[in-house]
Design a protein around this ligand. Sequence first.
Ligand code: ATP
Length: 237
Amino acid sequence: MNDTAIQALGLSAGYGGREVLQDVSLSLKAGEILCLIGHNGAGKSTLLRVLFGLHRPSAGNMRVFGQMPANYTPAALGAAGVALVPEGRGVFPDLTVDEIFGLALWSAGVAKSAQRERIEEVLEVLPRIREFRTRRAGTLSGGQQQMVSIGRALLTRPKVLLLDEPSIGLAPKLFQDLIRPIATLRETRGMAILLVEQNVREAFAISDRVLVMRSGKFIFEGAPSDLDDHAKLMELF
Ligand SMILES: Nc1ncnc2c1ncn2[C@@H]1O[C@H](COP(=O)(O)OP(=O)(O)OP(=O)(O)O)[C@@H](O)[C@H]1O
């Protein structure tokens, strides 16, 4: 079996003729946690959007477990095993958690008979969701909404999880409680995670490798321990 979860080669992408990602290549192994950091506007979210098919690259290509996606759409990338937890959570405020999960399972084409098992799987990883399943998402705290957003992505049993700044608005302890159970899925399911984070301390604690992006290009790749030196980290930022 091919253990390279994502292999992206020479990806470029932009908006209205302005190139934001410039010839970016990356590989992510099954079970690996790769942390992507960089200043605001560096192009991190754009890269995740491209990898999930929400934004079409102007050049380059990607493979998921060795296979080219049928096309660059969320449906095709989702079918290949990629899921995105977008920045800002994106939960529908007027729907209950159960309704949000139901919608996600329906749009992923999961048969009714298999839906309960999928939800139970997610609740095992994020058990606190049980406490607020019947509440409307708009009434939940930021941390609870983030759990729902991640839970929704896990319902599709992704092999690659793209997480866009999940710590935004969360106290460090809350973020730790949220991210650590997700990180265990690398061992239990071999899930790969590409984590865009500003909370460097907590993100580095769970990551195998770090990429630093500046102005649409990678300017550093190494182990989290390579950036223990705060001055080095600041220089790269
Ligand atoms: N929909 C869009 N239309 C036009 N320009 C956009 C759009 N989305 C992002 N951009 C621009 O592309 C550049 C990269 O944005 P992106 O959101 O990918 O960066 P980022 O590294 O994720 O930043 P942040 O850390 O602030 O989320 C920025 O200059 C941004 O203004």
